[in-house]
Design a protein around this ligand. Structure first.
Ligand code: SF4
Length: 240
């Protein structure tokens, strides 16, 4: 039996990895990372430091394309209702790896105590597919903020840079993040990636929001933008 931690490189999955290794040991634990080639480079630094700290190597799987190549190949943008980026960049490479394992496994997901309903939905989906999942953070009563504090204050590891501005360490940008405040934060802190998203909207004639293009969003006044919550309120489900 293998114990597979869906290791995204975010704070929650790093703490999950520690909890699972503490309980199971190193031998049958796999830290499985699906590389979208679209994250902030500091996430690589973070993953490497976490693996050093845990004394455990991660296993990397990938589709091979980045988000922008995927958009061009599909002639449209992914989104909350069309999350083909999650499926193609994360789920499919991960599923292929797990199938090739050729033995039973249980997956450990990084849902925290604040995300019990999402964990319940994930549990139901896994059961329907005949798979087993576990939620160590919920069992330990840990919140997302607890995870960040543990990593920063107890392990002495700096969190990935995107946490300074965003709630999650995902692709930049994450097209599944449905909040305008999230995109305003991307425009402000990651202007190069925001411009690529504007160009992708224009190229494929498809907008992230129904009522406003990203370029129009960027051109709103600072005061108008402040009306949006400055964070990504709809997190990616990529760990699933
Ligand atoms: S993090 Fe966001 S953009 Fe990246 S694969 Fe997941 S849903 Fe898509």
């Amino acid at each position: 039996m293998k114990h597979v931690v869906k290791f995204s490189g975010g704070a929650a999955s790093a703490v999950v990895a520690k909890l699972v290794i503490d309980e199971i040991g190193h031998d049958d634990v796999i830290l499985l990372y699906s590389d979208t080639k679209s994250e902030h480079p500091d996430a690589d630094r973070f993953r490497a430091q976490i693996c050093d700290f845990l004394k455990h190597e991660m296993t990397v799987v990938a589709d091979g394309r980045d988000l922008w190549e995927l958009i061009d190949d599909n002639h449209t943008l992914p989104g909350q209702f069309m999350p083909f980026c999650t499926q193609l960049l994360k789920q499919r490479p991960s599923d292929r790896f797990l199938k090739a394992l050729g033995e039973d496994f249980i997956s450990y997901l990084g849902f925290s105590i604040d995300e019990i309903r999402r964990a319940q939905r994930s549990d139901a989906r896994a059961a329907a597919n005949g798979e087993r999942v576990a939620f160590p953070l919920i069992n330990a009563g840990l919140s997302s903020d607890d995870c960040k504090r543990i990593i920063r204050d107890e392990w002495g590891i700096c969190l990935p840079e995107p946490y300074k501005y965003l709630k999650h360490n995902n692709c930049i940008p994450c097209f599944k993040a449905g909040a305008k405040g999230y995109w305003a934060a991307i425009a402000k802190h990651y202007p190069e990636q925001f411009e690529r998203a504007c160009q992708a909207e224009e190229k494929w004639n498809y907008t992230v929001f129904r009522d406003i293009t990203l370029r129009q969003l960027k051109d709103l006044s600072g005061r108008e933008i402040e009306m949006f919550p400055d964070e990504d309120t709809t997190p990616c489900m990529c760990a699933l």
